[in-house]
Design a protein around this ligand. Structure first.
Ligand SMILES: NC(=O)c1ccc[n+]([C@@H]2O[C@H](COP(=O)([O-])OP(=O)(O)OC[C@H]3O[C@@H](n4cnc5c(N)ncnc54)[C@H](OP(=O)(O)O)[C@@H]3O)[C@@H](O)[C@H]2O)c1
Length: 349
């Protein structure tokens, strides 16, 4: 089979297993697929393209000879292993937060800033899931009328935290319905039948969470706006298994009517407008789960400001928010002949 030797690091996880699905669905050119995870998963058989592949333990030996690696094994693994993968000759598309704001690392959303991939030094970062789905919907608005300010509230699913959180919501839901205590483990409080205004962590002295800080910083880096774009974000975790929902108040530079915004977004790549609220047509997390596009509905004028619109944006965090975009970025690399590590590479930095 012709194609690339592709590694999927974190292949047993919520994102990594979706990467396997998306690579197969999109017929990515693969000569050999190498799933990698921790020692715990060595030898596990993982479903891929109608068959099975054997998972290897991440190590100096198992990373040799790879052309491309899609990496989703957490920030600390990535901080150590991404440079080692690049030094071994692989171009890395990284799903963790560790490299995203690094000056030498492009942060790429395939529909928004694919050209940024051109300058890669062996590593390309995939944005945070809640940022990803939002910028896909905002880019056409930015290009047409400009954006001055965003006020964001998110309603994020537990799959955004990973496999253990999915199990925690299932277990707690069963416990509560059976009248038993729901013991929190992954989250600081019970997540079943609850809403937590706390996504990720509060760093010392900061009253915004790391997720909220990521949304603000990554949005500016991807859209190339710098601090000129005002952003205020509140991120909440909700007892939903898949897909993040977001209410986004967009203050534009020039006026934009709701109908014009609807038309603009309907023509935008990767966006589906579902907006007939009186008929019950608006995006919901369960309906968007499993879809690769970003869905937008409830597009309406903010009655308190003549240049503000309200949008309801829903995306599958494991698909467009992580795996699908990573594979789309890999496709950009293939199309532009960028599956090679340039010198000096990031490994030398
Ligand atoms: N979930 C999302 O929606 C989402 C979206 C965007 C980005 N991300 C980011 O993607 C990363 C993975 O998230 P996830 O939700 O998929 O987490 P997860 O379900 O907990 O999966 C973690 C994966 O990393 C592997 N791993 C852990 N420690 C390792 C080690 N020392 N060496 C090698 N592999 C190791 C695990 O392997 P074992 O099974 O062997 O432990 C597993 O395959 C995180 O950095 C997360 O922030 C997640």
């Amino acid at each position: 089979m012709s194609g690339y030797r592709v590694g999927v690091l974190g292949a047993t996880g919520a994102v990594g297993s979706t990467v396997l699905d998306v690579l197969a669905e999109r017929s990515f050119p693969i000569s050999e697929l190498v799933p990698l995870a921790s020692e715990r998963s060595a030898g596990k058989r993982l479903p891929f393209a109608g068959g099975e592949v054997e998972c290897l333990a991440l190590g100096e030996e198992s990373i040799q000879g790879l052309d491309l690696v899609i990496s989703s094994a957490g920030g600390s693994v990535s901080s150590e292993w991404a440079p080692r993968l690049v030094a071994a000759g692989a171009v890395v598309v990284d799903n963790t937060s560790f490299w995203r704001m690094h000056d030498d690392v492009p942060l790429v959303v395939s529909e928004v800033n694919p050209d940024a991939a051109e300058g890669h030094r062996g590593l390309i970062a995939n944005p945070n899931c809640s940022t990803m789905q939002m910028v896909v919907a905002l880019k056409p608005i930015l290009d047409t009328v400009g954006i001055e300010r965003l006020v964001i509230s998110t309603y994020q699913s537990v799959s955004g935290t990973g496999q253990r959180a999915i199990e925690e919501l299932s277990g707690q839901s069963r416990a509560v319905l059976a009248g038993d205590a729901a013991k929190p483990d992954v989250y600081p409080h019970q997540i079943a039948f609850n809403v937590l205004p706390h996504v990720e962590t509060f760093k010392d002295g900061d009253d915004y969470t790391t997720e909220e800080r990521k949304m603000m910083a990554e949005t500016r880096k991807i859209l190339g706006t710098g601090d000129e774009l005002g952003i205020s974000a509140t991120c909440a975790r909700v007892p939903v298994f898949g897909a993040h929902s977001e209410s986004v108040n967009v203050q534009t530079r020039e006026p934009l009517e709701a109908d014009a915004c609807r038309e603009l977004l309907a023509a935008a790549p990767g966006v589906v407008v579902l907006d007939d609220p009186a008929a019950g047509a608006y995006p919901t997390a369960t309906e968007v789960t499993g879809r690769d596009e970003v869905f937008v509905g409830r597009i309406r004028r903010d009655p308190s400001h003549e240049r503000c619109l309200n949008l309801w944006i829903v995306g599958d965090n494991l698909r467009k928010g992580a795996a699908t975009n990573a594979v789309q970025v890999a496709e950009v690399l293939v199309e532009r002949d960028l599956v090679r590590v340039p010198e000096p590479s990031l490994a030398a930095a």
